[in-house]
Design a protein around this ligand. Structure first.
Ligand code: AMP
Ligand code: TRP
Length: 335
């Protein structure tokens, strides 16, 4: 039986990259898997968050997930800090993972920037908490965007070392699920950097909360090049901005880039951008409306998270107990 786990940080604006790279795939996987979806507030504070902003963003991300089609009745939707087993298992993993492994993490280097010495210790051990998120449930399949691949490889490495060191098969193997045309949506301003919540330019991304006019305006302003659309995707190596818009279109339309170019090859970007804006508005518009509706009742969102956390704790508790016994901690009632 495969169990799905994934997480998303309640920081800043959810954007089209989050939707196409992760959330939409989560919605699909719900049909034939058991899933846990976690709003990772403890990961969020590895960088400074104003408490009021974090509080609001946690509800907003929860509302966005529900609006996009995550079903909190059939599956488990919760915020990380309500389930203490994540932090407990993360400590064990801090003692399993090696400093050399963490030193290789490219996201730490990007996020810490030039002043590594000033980064929080939490930012450095971020991947061990992520491994704990997944393995506290012995989840096996993890749907994420391309940027999380390295973290998942580390989680696998931690699970394997734990199993080896303690001579057990407690943790299962993990399988990253990275699929669709939107696994790496790039900035609308710069085809060499990914669309991100933290980019200072709002023109770099389409937010899940943008209205139709804003979406249209941002896509019209998106960087391209003077050439028409090509008729096959291979030439995009030298045309990253053009390639990104076509990939976004393909992901939104649920077609391949080749199929999109079979239709649009030779067209000019002004027409293509118009069609892309309409498509983006068509997909995001209803989600946006539903999100606003849900946000009007914060108590209901908190109730969803509370219920999800209760169910998550029931699953995680025996796993962490098993880990503690394996490690040799004295526990009441255990032999
Ligand atoms: P984060 O915003 O870092 O919490 O990411 C939440 C999920 O969205 C993860 O699965 C990421 O891999 C995915 N994601 C974030 N940015 C992008 C992007 N630009 N393109 C595709 N997926 C993304
Ligand atoms: N680090 C992930 C991101 O920023 C979010 C995350 C936290 C996650 N824990 C996870 C994703 C566990 C998958 C599984 O995108």
């Amino acid at each position: 039986m495969s169990l799905i786990f994934s997480g998303i940080q309640p920081t800043g604006n959810l954007h089209l990259g989050n939707y196409l790279g992760a959330i939409r795939n989560w919605v699909r996987l719900q049909d034939d898997h058991d899933c846990l979806f976690c709003v990772v507030d403890m990961h969020a504070i590895t960088l400074w968050q104003e408490p009021a902003d974090l509080h609001r963003a946690t509800r907003e991300v929860t509302a966005a997930l529900m609006a996009a089609g995550i079903d909190p009745e059939k599956h488990i939707l919760f915020n990380q800090s309500q389930v203490p087993q994540h932090a407990e298992l993360a400590w064990i993993f801090n003692c399993v993972a090696r400093v050399g492994w963490l030193n290789r993490m490219t996201q730490f280097k990007e996020k810490a920037g030039k002043h590594k010495e000033k980064a929080s210790v939490g930012l450095y051990v971020y991947p061990t908490l992520m491994a704990a998120d997944i393995l506290a449930y012995k989840a096996t399949h993890v749907p994420v965007g391309e940027d999380q691949k390295q973290h998942l490889e580390l989680a696998q490495q931690i699970a394997a070392k734990f199993n080896h060191d303690y001579d057990t098969d407690l943790f299962p193997e993990l399988e990253p699920l990275i699929f669709g045309e939107g696994t790496r949506v790039m900035s609308l301003r710069d085809g060499s950097s990914k669309m991100s919540k933290s980019d200072t330019s709002d023109y770099s991304r389409i937010n899940m909360t943008d209205d139709v006019d804003t979406i249209t305006h941002k896509i019209r302003k998106a960087r391209t090049d003077p050439h028409p659309l090509p008729d096959n995707p291979e030439v995009f190596d030298d045309r990253p901005e053009a390639g990104n818009l076509v990939a976004i279109y393909a992901a939104l339309a649920e077609r391949t880039r080749a199929e999109v170019l079979a239709e649009w090859g030779g067209a000019n970007f002004a027409d293509f951008k118009q069609a892309l804006a309409e498509l983006a508005a068509e997909v995001l518009g209803p989600i946006n409306a539903e999100m606003n509706r849900l946000m009007a009742d914060p108590a209901a969102i908190d109730a969803v998270l509370g219920r999800g956390a209760r169910r998550a704790r029931e699953l995680a508790e025996p796993v962490v107990e098993e880990v503690y016994n394996t490690v040799g901690f004295v526990r009441p009632g255990a032999s």
